[in-house]
Write a protein that binds this ligand. Sequence first.
Ligand code: TYM
Length: 366
Amino acid sequence: MGFNVLFLNKIATAHQFSCFFLPIPSHRIYYLRRLMKEIVVSGIRPTGFLHLGNYFGALRNYVRMQEAYNCYFFVADWHSLTTHLDTSGLQASVHRVLAENIACGLDPDKVALYVQSDVPEIAELYLYLNMLAYKGELEKTPTFKDKVRMQPDNVNAGLLTYPVLMAADILIHRAVKVPVGKDQEQHLEMARNFATRFNNRYGEVLPLPQAFNFGNELVKIMGLDGMGKMSKSENANATLYLADEDELIRKKIMKAKTDSGPTEPNSAKPDYIQNLFTLMQLVSVPAVVEKFETDFNNCSIRYGDMKKQLAEDMALFMKPIREKAQAIQNDKAYLSKIIRQGADKARASAAETLQLVRKAVGVNYV
Ligand code: TYM
């Protein structure tokens, strides 16, 4: 792999300079450059409004990766069917997630931005991988156990094999990096296990993907009530949605859980306070964060002031995203174009992998 990249780099560089002398079509150079880039895949379920956890765990990384990597980002509509049987709002949700992806800075001309169900090759790979996934391990997956607790009347097979479909999403493009939040770490480990089993049984076809975050540690943004992770479908008052208006952002942040403050200098921060600092680091200038860090460390912090500052900085940060997303969501012709364009790019890549997979499995008969 290292050799291939080096070799392609040399060809591309040679092509670049030889362009002055030889008529080499620019699409060839573009294609070579794409081949040299590492492949990245990630997805978001259209199960509600996107929130700051999605932004800082996933979207922010997507935007930063789009130049240097060959990126495939998608809306995981099949995954949403495992929990959301009512599909009356699905189209609007899918459109909103696409619009929010673009509003956060994704450029659909630079990446493949698509809808999962537009790529039927994923379903075929899911089928092969299902033969390599075992009931016992799927039942032990923490997210499956959570879902069983939350929807005891609908423990469907799709829910059980959720990690297999997720592995298919990733492996269909032979991705090596997967920008996700901390909550997806276990699913990535399972994807590596399925890929390893496939390779051991049928021959080396699938690279092993890794969860990725710029700045190494995977991110987990907690709800403002300090009760578990910020989530699309639980406790709307403790969740900051990208679509929230300024006033609502202020109101939610001013209600965030705090306490009477530290009594010992340089104490450890409780997790709900650390979460406020994490959010502040994400949206405020470093001098502001430092000021409140110092106040915390010498026990003079006033959480009311900190929340007021955070609320203002957050409102400023979210406003352009909200407004852009709204405009895109209303432009149905543009969204249709993006969806078709994304599907074409994703299917071209998926078809290549599937050809290798079918050959390796032995299901090619002509
Ligand atoms: P989903 O839709 O729940 O979340 C989308 C992305 O947002 C991240 N995230 C968070 N990060 C930090 N703090 C939080 N509070 C928080 N909440 C959500 C998630 O980690 C995720 O990166 N199974 C996936 C969707 C999926 C997928 C895939 C992802 C389907 N196939 C293939 C990557 C690769 C999910 O439910 O994400």
